[in-house]
Design a protein around this ligand. Structure first.
Ligand SMILES: [Zn+2]
Ligand SMILES: [Zn+2]
Length: 317
C-alpha cells in the first residue's frame, strides 16, 4: 500500500500485489497524482484500474482526466457513478430511464472506439506529460462532449466481492453522507495478504468492525480531535455534519475501535483523513497509541500517519 495523499484536500492510495495495481480514489489533480506516484516509485502505466469509495470531491477531483489518460477502467457502485455524473453535468435532472439510455449510448461509443482501433499504450512509452489530454484523447469526440466520459466503467455492489486481476476486493458500506459510500478490504491471493481502507465514516458500525478483522494493513480514519473541532473555525452546521453519524471518525472513535473491537492482526495501522483545521498529527497518534498500549497483544502494531501534502513510503509486506 502506498498512500499518495490523505485528508480533506485529496485522497488517493495505491494497493498492489505482485501483478495487479489498483488506485483507490483520485482526489488530487491528474498531474499531482502522477507526480506523487513517481515520487513514491510507482509507475502509473502499471495501474490496472481505479476504484472509487464515494463521489466527494476529495476522492474524485482528478478521476476523469486520469482514467482517460491511462485508459483504464473505473470501478464504482452504480449509485456513486450516477452521483458523480450528475455532479459533472449539474444542469440536467435525469430520470432513471434516461440514465440507462445514456449508459447504453456510452457503451456503444466505447465499442465504436475499440472498433476504430484508437491506438493504445502510447502513453506508457511517453512517460506521461500530464494533465492535458494526450493527443489520442482529442480524437475522442465522446470525451470532448462529455466531461464524465470514461474509457470503461465497471459496477460493484457493497457486500459483493469481486476481482481485479489477482486481488479480491470486498466492498463494505460505510456510514457517510454520500450516495453509496464504501470501504474496501483487498486480498492478494498469491501473497495471502489483506489490506483495508476505511475512511470517511461517521462511526464504525458492526459490518465495518467485521470487515476489518484479520487484515495485515489497516488505513483507518482519524479525522478530528473533538475539542479542536468544537473550538475550531468551522461554522456550526459544518461541525454538526462532521460530528454526525454520517460524517467523519474522530481520534477518540478510532481509538475506541482499536481498544475494544480491533483484533490486533495488522502489521501497520495507518491513520488517515486527518483534518488540517481540527486535528494535529500528534493528537491522532497519541490517541491510537494509547489505545494500543492498553492491550498487550497490540504492542507489535506499528502506527503510521498519512499526510495530505506528500506520499507515504510504500508499506510492503
Ligand atoms: Zn467524503
Ligand atoms: Zn473524504
Amino acid at each position: 500500500m502506498t498512500v499518495l495523499a490523505s485528508g480533506s484536500k485529496g485522497n488517493s492510495t495505491v494497493v498492489a500485489s505482485g501483478s495487479t495495481r489498483i488506485l483507490v480514489d483520485a482526489g488530487l489533480s491528474c498531474r499531482e497524482i502522477l507526480r506523487r506516484m513517481a515520487l513514491a516509485g510507482e509507475d502509473a502505466a502499471e495501474l490496472n484500474a481505479i476504484l472509487i469509495t464515494h463521489e466527494h470531491v476529495d476522492h474524485i477531483a482528478g478521476l476523469a482526466v486520469l482514467a482517460r489518460k491511462l485508459r483504464i477502467p473505473v470501478f464504482f457502485t452504480e449509485q456513486t457513478h450516477r452521483a458523480w455524473v450528475r455532479m459533472l453535468t449539474p444542469r440536467k435532472t435525469m430520470s432513471y430511464a434516461k440514465w440507462m439510455d445514456k449508459m447504453q449510448q456510452e457503451k456503444e461509443a466505447r465499442a465504436a472506439l475499440v472498433a476504430a482501433q484508437v491506438e493504445t499504450d502510447t502513453l506508457v512509452e511517453e512517460k506521461l506529460p500530464v494533465d492535458e489530454l494526450s493527443p489520442a484523447e482529442e480524437v475522442r469526440p465522446a470525451a470532448k462532449a462529455d466531461p464524465a466520459f470514461l474509457p470503461a466503467v465497471e459496477y460493484f455492489r457493497a457486500g459483493q466481492n469481486f476481482c481485479i486481476g489477482d486481488i479480491d476486493v470486498n466492498p463494505f458500506t460505510i456510514p457517510h453522507d454520500a450516495a453509496d459510500p464504501c470501504g474496501f478490504v483487498f486480498h492478494a491471493r498469491q501473497e495471502s495478504i489483506r489490506m483495508a481502507i476505511a475512511t470517511d465514516l461517521g462511526y464504525i458500525p458492526p459490518n465495518v468492525k467485521l470487515a476489518l478483522r484479520n487484515v495485515d494493513v489497516l488505513l483507518l480514519e482519524s479525522n478530528h480531535d473533538l475539542e479542536m473541532l468544537k473550538d475550531g473555525p468551522y461554522p456550526w452546521s459544518v461541525k454538526q455534519r462532521v460530528l454526525s453519524r454520517v460524517g467523519h471518525l474522530s481520534n477518540h472513535a478510532a481509538a475506541e475501535f482499536l481498544l475494544r473491537d480491533y483484533d490486533g492482526s495488522a502489521h501497520t495501522i495507518v491513520l488517515g483523513h486527518l483534518s488540517e483545521s481540527n486535528n494535529l498529527p500528534e493528537l491522532a497518534r497519541l490517541a491510537a497509541e494509547q489505545a494500543i498500549s492498553n492491550r498487550m497483544t497490540l504492542l507489535g502494531n506499528r502506527v503510521v500517519l498519512a499526510a495530505q501534502d506528500a506520499p507515504l513510503d510504500p508499506i510492503c509486506l
